[in-house]
Write a protein that binds this ligand. Structure first.
Ligand SMILES: Cc1ncc(COP(=O)(O)O)c(C=O)c1O
Length: 463
């Protein structure tokens, strides 16, 4: 009878997969022996596999460049990284190495750009797309960047008031953009996104405030749908409306040279994940070309701001199962040595699912379990996978340690959980290591941050 965990996976998915394979009964991630990492660093352990960041950037560039060639499209493609997905220096450095440009969301983000500029990683020719609601502080930071010589900084207007603020503070000729507020997916609680300017207001706003403006030139149009880039009628409909506003602006004399289609490329969240990135890119480029030609405009440059796509696949978390609690005949709770709420907050807050796999004991029998975190909050659990409404893991054995990994969770989890800050029930932030690959295929890894200590938290709390 086939009842090993390994059988379950091999019967359910195509396995092994490019990032996951087995060595005996243990999991290798991109060829890296995870059990060795556990032996060296212990658990709970957060890791970032740096090479994946550059690989994502280059792969995506390849898709756009192929589509541009295929469609005889005359615009360029510009890959921007949206910093809010992970602000860490090691992420930004990988992005800079791969010539990514930057999208910012707040005043402090600009300080990151300045720090990297001072290190020589970004230069005046780096595009800095300033998105988000602009406070006065944010606008003053934009001014600072202009003073440093950045001449490809494009504030993307989110609301009418911030245009006035920009006008008040910036004395320099500047290209600007407008974010269109998309209509939300019909399942949402509200109709129009609070972010950006409504479809019908864009052209009147351009004619009223920007067309004859002495300093500002409208060059970019931007939209982003919250549910991301998906092959469904909602997405294609929003893209069409976006292109319609673009062509209306052109008809009204605007010289829109850049279309920014935002972030939202999906990330592999299950071994069954399928998404045809190349097809989507091809279709987007084709649609933009049709739009531009319908108004005899030069094909615009296409910008993206992929955050999750850039970093999610670089990140993982490994926990030990430290005990099993049987609360009734059917419910077995495997307790992890950490917390979902505090280390993978999206799993709790928006029910997000990541690839979850045991690291060892793949030849053991499996059982259905729930996974519980260490906080005393009853919501601190993980009970299903993306492809099935349950979790299966090798059977719990008191004397046989079991480790479980969550993969592709390198985006947003640290910033939302308040990395290194105060945590629910004071469960500490895990040790965090970075992994790189040498030219000969071997790996090197080192500690980026030790596990958070009691004294650090108590200090924040004023003790
Ligand atoms: C304006 C904007 N651009 C880009 C992104 C990045 O999205 P993702 O991480 O899905 O690529 C976001 C995410 O909220 C966003 O609001």
């Amino acid at each position: 009878m086939k009842n090993k965990y390994r059988d379950l996976i091999e019967q359910t998915f195509d396995f092994p997969q490019p990032e996951f394979e087995l060595k005996k009964d243990q999991l290798l991630f991109r060829g890296l022996d995870l059990m060795q990492l556990i032996e060296e660093y212990g658990t709970p352990l957060r890791f970032t596999y740096l090479p994946s960041i550059g690989e994502q950037i280059e792969e995506c560039r390849g898709w756009f460049n192929n589509a541009i060639k295929k469609h005889d499209f005359n615009g360029d493609y510009c890959y921007c990284y949206c910093t809010k997905s992970s602000h860490f220096n090691f992420v930004m450095e990988e992005c800079a190495k791969h010539n990514a440009h930057i999208e910012t969301s707040s005043a402090f983000d600009i300080d990151i750009v300045i720090a990297l500029f001072k290190k020589g990683l970004f230069n005046e020719k780096t595009y800095v797309l300033c998105n988000g609601f602009k406070t006065e502080e944010y606008i003053l930071k934009i001014k600072e960047l202009i003073a440093l010589g950045f001449d490809r900084i494009i504030p993307i207007i989110d609301n009418f008031r911030e245009f006035e603020l920009l006008d008040e503070h910036i004395d320099h000729p500047l290209e600007i953009g407008i974010r269109i507020a998309s209509e939300e997916d019909p399942k949402f609680e509200f109709y129009t996104s609070r972010l950006g300017i409504g479809y019908t207001d864009v052209v009147p706003f351009y004619k009223w405030k920007i067309r004859d403006h002495k300093k500002f030139k409208l060059s970019m149009l931007h939209f982003f749908v919250n549910t991301g880039i998906r092959d469904n009628s909602y997405y294609w409909n929003e893209l069409r409306k976006f292109i319609n506003v673009y062509t209306d602006l052109i008809k009204n004399g605007a010289d829109i040279r850049y279309l920014d289609i935002g972030g939202g490329f999906p990330v592999k969240n299950s071994l069954a994940f399928e998404f045809d990135y190349e097809y989507m890119v091809d279709e987007i480029v084709a649609q933009i070309k049709i739009g531009a030609e319908s108004v005899n405009a030069d094909h615009p440059d296409i910008f993206t701001e992929f955050g999750s796509f850039t970093v999610a696949e670089s990140g993982g978390m490994i926990f030990s199962i430290i005990d099993q609690k049987k609360q009734n005949d059917r419910e077995r709770w495997n307790m992890i040595d950490g917390s979902f709420m505090t280390s993978l907050p999206d799993s709790w807050a928006i029910n997000k699912r990541f690839i979850m796999l045991p690291i060892n004991r793949w030849n053991d029998k499996y059982e259905r379990v729930f996974l519980g975190g260490l906080t005393c909050d009853s919501d601190d659990y993980y009970n299903s996978e993306q492809h099935v409404n349950a979790i299966y893991l090798p059977e719990f054995r008191k004397n046989k340690p079991l480790y479980v990994g969550f993969f592709n969770c390198g985006a947003y989890q640290e910033s939302i959980s308040g990395y290194g800050g105060i945590k629910h029930c004071l469960i500490p932030s895990a040790k965090h290591i970075l992994i790189n690959k040498n030219e000969d295929g071997t790996f090197n890894h080192w500690v980026f941050r030790e596990e958070q200590k009691s004294v650090d938290m108590l200090k924040i709390l004023g003790y």
